[in-house]
Ligand binder design. Structure first.
Ligand code: DAT
Ligand code: MG
Length: 138
């Protein structure tokens, strides 16, 4: 059985606010295995590709301007759905206390973390952000 992978990105506000350790720690305590980690400035083309499903939304240009640094990747069985639960709702005001967004964020446009929304997207996003890694893990 193929191991499921998810792509977790700590967004620029999370990095600037010094929340990288806190957020990584939540996934580690849950029992997820970290398989790749890097800090980088996200190129505009990669950000546009990553959020292409949202390109018709009015907030798209702001979203692209905002996404600039700090991704991490994780893998483990069943992690996609489980990671989304740890992360919480897109709008932090609707995210339950105890979730990353529920505890650490207040604005949708500054919701500190990204997590893949399906196993297929997890695989695709890891391929985009960590070229070579997905093949090594499989
Ligand atoms: P999620 O990040 O929970 O998967 P999404 O894929 O629907 O949510 O949207 C991606 C990001 O786009 C989200 O984390 C923040 C931004 N976003 C979504 N809806 C928004 C809105 N109504 N206003 C501003 N930013 C929004
Ligand atoms: Mg999404």
């Amino acid at each position: 059985e193929e191991v499921e992978q998810t792509y977790i990105m700590i967004k620029p506000d999370g990095v600037q606010r010094g929340l990288v350790g806190e957020i990584i720690s939540r996934f580690e305590r849950k029992g997820f295995k970290l398989t790749g980690l890097k800090l980088f400035q996200c190129p505009k083309e990669l950000a546009e590709e990553h959020y292409k499903d949202l390109q018709s939304k009015p907030f798209f240009p702001k979203l692209i301007d905002y996404i600039t640094s700090g991704p991490v990747a994780w893998e483990g069985v069943g992690v996609v759905a489980s990671a989304r639960k740890l992360i919480g709702a897109t709008n932090p005001l609707n995210a339950e206390p105890g979730t990353i967004r529920g505890d650490l964020a207040v604005q949708t446009g500054r919701n500190v973390v990204h997590g893949s929304d399906s196993p297929d997207n997890g695989k695709r996003e890891i391929g985009e952000f960590f070229p070579g890694l997905a093949q090594v893990v499989e």
